[in-house]
Design a protein around this ligand. Sequence first.
Ligand code: PMP
Length: 412
Amino acid sequence: MPAGVNSPVRAFGAVGGMPPFIAQARGSHIIDADGNDYIDYVGSWGPAIVGHAHPEVIRAVQHAAASGMSFGAPTQSEVLFAEMLVARYPSIEMLRCVSSGTEATMSAIRVARGYTKRDFIVKFEGCYHGHADSLLVRAGSGAATFGVPDSAGVPAQLAQLTLTLPYNDLDALSALFDSRGHDIAAVIVEPVCGNMGCIPPKPGFLAAIIDRCRQSGAVSIFDEVMTGCRLGPGGAQGQMGLVPDMTCLGKIIGGGLPLAVYGGRRDIMQQVAPLGPVYQAGTLSGNPVAVAAGIATLTLLDDGVYARLSDLSTTLQFGLEQAIAKVRIPAVVQRAGSMLTLFFNPERVDDYTHAAQSNRERFARFHGGLLERGVYWPPSQLEAAFVSAAHSDEDIARTILAAEAALLDVAS
Ligand code: PMP
């Protein structure tokens, strides 16, 4: 395996050292192959919102698996799953299940291009939407971490069809739509960015994307693969009362198994085969075991869970901010719901340019200091940490103490 891993950030390239190999996980804790126990803030990069190996999710998975792992045919459970999502996301009138966030965004782009009969798409610098060719242009997450804004192997002719703008820059958005609005098939955005660290949108930014798309006949796509069902049952759009044309979901909705969806306005989704001319398919799409994990997870996510997540995350943010103040190190904590990032940056971060100016050497030492003290934090400055409903008050208190000690190491 290249660098010994199956996804780049896992190799710890941005922080150095050897990544722990994980043997098992339960609740808020993961245990490595050497028996070391960590409080986990990676949460499988988002899915583990109710904690690892939740008994009800495990029961649902075992039950589904015993009835057959995959049929390649329609099931009742995928209909129930779709209904659960449609009830939570008013923007989704029709949807299709796929197996990863990458497939969801890639397919949404294809549908938007087919629907509009236009080729150009717009994305924002530092937003990561998976590794489809058109979207690996000025992407965040591992791509940004490793300084590879454009991946080798992406044809220049294709990348030219992806126009990029700074996140949170309303003027740049307006200028682009004024000059080229009639060429644009879609604008895709992380409504709260997590892939250059946690960066919430400025007031009016997302509404402007939806409005400008509507005026010019382009399709607005909210990539809620990370934020969906995390910032609330209806994701970022639900929290903010916004209705984009299309939405992508992943991570949480599969409860830790490979499952994602793309969906949106009925007239747009009717373009998808076999109803319409846009082809998209998958052998394991809507896989019954993944769908069972998704239904069980969505069922667990009631108001109490979101209230608990909010309390825990607020306490963590506050504790980290106090530690930063005590140690007197230039750093800020940015949070949206239960996702947060500690940026080694003297000022608030609103876009990729500023996120990239954060002190990554300090972050690497902070990360190592946390790991030593039993806290598994995302191994890159440009990622968000995730709190789960399984974290205990004691986990959070221990994390704050560990962070203060790690910050002292960094400052010394
Ligand atoms: N979109 C966003 C916002 C993501 O955070 C990710 C993954 N981190 C993806 C898309 C891609 O999802 P996957 O890794 O499941 O392909």
